[in-house]
Design a protein around this ligand. Structure first.
Ligand SMILES: O=C(O)CCC(=O)C(=O)O
Ligand SMILES: [Fe+2]
Length: 364
C-alpha cells in the first residue's frame, strides 16, 4: 500500500471541478496479422493507417500482435505478486542499485525532480538480447539483492526471466510496427527506426507500473470540501522520451491522451492488445510529422491498474536529427542535431510535464 506524507495528496489530486475525460471515440487500430498476410495491398493500407495515426494522435492500438496471451497473463500475475509484497521487501529490490540510478523500485516518486503520483513501479534496463542476466546481474535491481533477502532469489530470478521473455516478444513486435511506420512515411530504408531499437547498445527499458485504487475517500473529501469528488493522478502528464513506447495493461481504465487541441480523452483498456505511443525521439526523426503524444494515467476508484511498458530507445551515442528524406529538398529542419546522451542529460533536469524537445528546436 502506498502511504502518503502530509501535503503529498494535494499534489496528486486534481481539482474536483476537473471532469472525467470522455472516451476516445475511434481509437486507431492496426492488425499486424492482416498486415503480414494481406499481400502488398493489405500491407500498404496498414502502413498508411499507422502513419496517419502517428500524425494525428501519436497513438494507436495494435491487435493481431502474435505475443501469446498466456505470456501477458503470466507477466501480469507475477507483477501483481511483486507489488503485493511488503513495502520493505519491494524496497530491498531497489537498494542494491547504484545511487542516482533510475532503475529499481519506486513508490510515488517519479524521476528525481519532485514529481509525485499515486503509483509504484519497477524500472528495468533491457539489453538487446532481452536479458539483464549474466554479466549484467550486478546492475539489475531484481538480481543483485543478496540471496538471504526476504524475497527468495529463485522467485526474483524467475520474475526476471519472465520479464525477459516478455521483452524479447514485445521488442520483436515493436520492430514490425517500426517498419510499418517507415513504410507509411514512404522511406526506402524501412529498417531505419527498428535498427536503433535492435542495436546491441540500444537504450531501451521496461517499466512495470501498479496503481492501487484511489486513496481513501475521506482524504479526498477533506481536500474537496466534502464532495468526495476530485480525481487522483497516477502518472502525471508527459511525453515519453524514447522512439516508441509499447504498453499493455490489465482491464482497468486510467490511460488518457491529449488530442491536438489539448482536450484530454480516455482510452478504453484492452488487455489483449497493445497501445503504441510515439516518443520524443521519433518526433525528431520525422521532423515533427509524427507527434510525441502527451498522456497521463488517472487512478481508478475501485480497481488496481497494472501496466507494463517497453520503451524502445536508440543507443546513447546515436546522433538524432530529422531524416533528410523527411525534411525534403528545400524543407526546414525543425530540430538541431543532438546525441541521445545529450537529450537524456538535458531531460534529467526537467519535471515530468516539461517539454523536453524545446531545447533542440530550431526556431528561426
Ligand atoms: O501506466 C501506464 O498505463 C502508462 C504509464 C506511462 O505513461 C509511463 O510509464 O511512461
Ligand atoms: Fe508514458
Amino acid at each position: 500500500m502506498v502511504v502518503l506524507a502530509k501535503g503529498e495528496l494535494e499534489q496528486i489530486a486534481l481539482p474536483a471541478v476537473q471532469k472525467a475525460a470522455p472516451p476516445l471515440a475511434d481509437v486507431p487500430e492496426v492488425d499486424l496479422a492482416t498486415a503480414a498476410s494481406g499481400g502488398a495491398e493489405g500491407r500498404a493500407a496498414a502502413a498508411r493507417a499507422v502513419a496517419a495515426a502517428c500524425e494525428e494522435h501519436g497513438f494507436f492500438k495494435v491487435t493481431g500482435h502474435g505475443v501469446p496471451l498466456d505470456l501477458l497473463a503470466r507477466v501480469e500475475n507475477a507483477a501483481a505478486a511483486f507489488f503485493a509484497l511488503q513495502q520493505r521487501e519491494k524496497e530491498s529490490a531497489m537498494s542494491a542499485v547504484a545511487p542516482g540510478s533510475p532503475f529499481g523500485y519506486a513508490s510515488k516518486r517519479i524521476g528525481s525532480n519532485g514529481d509525485l503520483g499515486w503509483v509504484e513501479y519497477l524500472l528495468l534496463g533491457v539489453t538487446a538480447a532481452g536479458a539483464s542476466t549474466g554479466d549484467h546481474s550486478a546492475d539489475d535491481p531484481l538480481l543483485s539483492v543478496p540471496d538471504e533477502d526476504a524475497v527468495p532469489a529463485a522467485w526474483r530470478r524467475s520474475f526476471r526471466d519472465l520479464l525477459n521473455e516478455y521483452t524479447v516478444a514485445v521488442r520483436r513486435m515493436t520492430c514490425e510496427v517500426l517498419e510499418l511506420m517507415a513504410e507509411g512515411l514512404g522511406m526506402e530504408d524501412t529498417d531505419a527506426f527498428a535498427r536503433l531499437v535492435l542495436d546491441d547498445d540500444s537504450d531501451s527499458m521496461l517499466r512495470v507500473n501498479h496503481y492501487p485504487p484511489r486513496p481513501e475517500l475521506k482524504h479526498l473529501q477533506q481536500l474537496h470540501g466534502g464532495g468526495g469528488g476530485g480525481r487522483v493522478t497516477g502518472f502525471g502528464e508527459h511525453t515519453d522520451p524514447q522512439i516508441i513506447s509499447v504498453l499493455r495493461s490489465n482491464a482497468t481504465s486510467g490511460l488518457e491522451i491529449a488530442l491536438r487541441d489539448g482536450t484530454w480523452v480516455s482510452v478504453p483498456p484492452d488487455q489483449g492488445s497493445f497501445f503504441v505511443n510515439v516518443g520524443d525521439a521519433l518526433q525528431v526523426l520525422t521532423n515533427g510529422r509524427f507527434r510525441s503524444v502527451r498522456h497521463r494515467v488517472m487512478v481508478n476508484s475501485v480497481h488496481s491498474r497494472v501496466s507494463v511498458i517497453f520503451f524502445g530507445g536508440p543507443p546513447l551515442r546515436e546522433t538524432l536529427a530529422p531524416l533528410p528524406q523527411l525534411v525534403g529538398e528545400g524543407g526546414r529542419s525543425r530540430y538541431r542535431e543532438f546525441t541521445w546522451r545529450e537529450y537524456k542529460s538535458s531531460a534529467y533536469r526537467t519535471k515530468l510535464a516539461d517539454n523536453r524537445l524545446c531545447h533542440f528546436e530550431i526556431t528561426s
